[in-house]
Design a protein around this ligand. Structure first.
Ligand SMILES: NC(=O)c1ccc[n+]([C@@H]2O[C@H](COP(=O)([O-])OP(=O)(O)OC[C@H]3O[C@@H](n4cnc5c(N)ncnc54)[C@H](OP(=O)(O)O)[C@@H]3O)[C@@H](O)[C@H]2O)c1
Length: 296
């Protein structure tokens, strides 16, 4: 073991890590805001039963992270269906125009770029951790009044970064939850956060983690990424949003139609490295003999 690895192991203090996690949960939990009454806004109350001739509710969706892997599949699949009436795709700024980055993301996966011409799609750039998400206040208010489905996918997927590097993303997610809570639709909107099984990475019981249970903070110890996801899971649970769900995703695999699998996921990385190394691990980090792949 190298001296630096030894030093890191010695410096690891579970009690201090758990205290930091609890502090961040407390700092970013949104428990002070009740849903804004409809009369205080110009919004129209949604009538779920009659919002379409079939009585099926078609939401106005706000989705983050659509320049990424899962997000671009979600964007494509929502726009290839008639499940949403409008879709706001919100991403951080980057090099190249927002449209160019979406074209690249879709082409990369063999997805049809024509979906970007869909009139229901509005591409937005901003920063959830800033005031008004860095958007024009009029657009921000339009979103607040109209959005009825939140899919929060954007996240720095970095297994090596310490918890401190995720604070901006935790802050941004807390702002998004706060935003949803002040919506005139707060009592019935849906909110999904793409969490991860790494929020329970250190769970060592023989039993199962049930869907409704949150793990203990100690079960999230081991990687900053998982700790940060756990923190958001708790913030979401504390929020009082009625229809909020955290999705504990495992390893995403390739697309069920095209087979395209992001080359940056760990299994493709192991396979690519094995070509150079000329060997393949006997057990590539898989504890269970049964693998249940989740296709996108
Ligand atoms: N891949 C998996 O197997 C897996 C497993 C469990 C959970 N998840 C979760 O599923 C979600 C999507 O994962 P993915 O594999 O699609 O990731 P991805 O391909 O890396 O895409 C991440 C998305 O988030 C954006 N993003 C990254 N860092 C950001 C930051 N600091 N601020 C704002 N936006 C940021 C990226 O924008 P840019 O394009 O500008 O970089 C991109 O749109 C994430 O929440 C991830 O934690 C994934």
């Amino acid at each position: 073991m190298s001296t630096s690895t030894q030093a890191k192991r010695q410096a690891f203090n579970p009690a201090a890590e758990i205290a930091t996690m609890e502090r961040l949960i407390s700092k970013y939990s949104v428990t002070d805001i009740p849903p804004t009454p409809l009369s205080e806004t110009t919004g129209t109350k949604l009538d779920f039963a009659s919002s379409s001739p079939q009585g099926v509710f078609k939401p106005v969706a706000f989705i983050t992270g659509t320049t990424g892997n899962l997000g671009s599949y979600l964007l494509s699949s929502l726009l290839c269906s008639d499940k949403v009436t409008k879709l706001y795709a919100f991403n951080r700024r980057g090099s190249g125009s927002i449209r160019q980055r979406h074209v690249a993301a879709l082409q990369d996966k063999g997805l049809d770029v024509k979906v970007l011409d869909d009139k229901r799609l509005i591409l937005l750039e901003g920063d959830l951790s800033k005031d008004n998400f860095g958007l024009d206040p009029k657009i921000y208010e339009q979103l607040r009044i109209n959005v009825t489905l939140f899919l929060h996918v954007a996240w720095p997927v970095n297994w090596m970064a310490p918890l401190s590097q995720f604070e901006q993303s935790i802050h941004g997610t807390s702002n998004l939850i706060r935003f949803a809570k002040t919506s005139p639709n707060a009592s019935h909107l849906r909110f999904f956060f793409t969490s991860s099984i790494s929020s329970c990475v250190s769970f060592r019981d023989d039993g199962y983690i049930t869907e409704d249970a949150l793990c203990s903070p100690k079960d999230a110890l081991g990687m900053g990424y998982g700790q940060a996801k756990y923190i958001v899971d708790r913030i979401l649970a504390n929020s009082g949003l009625r229809n909020a769900s955290t999705l504990r995703i495992g390893q995403l695999s390739g697309c069920q139609n095209t087979g395209v699998w992001s080359p940056f996921e760990w299994i493709p990385v192991i396979i690519r490295s094995s070509v150079s190394l000329g060997c393949f691990p006997f057990n590539p980090g898989v504890r269970s003999k049964r693998i249940s792949w989740q296709c996108v």
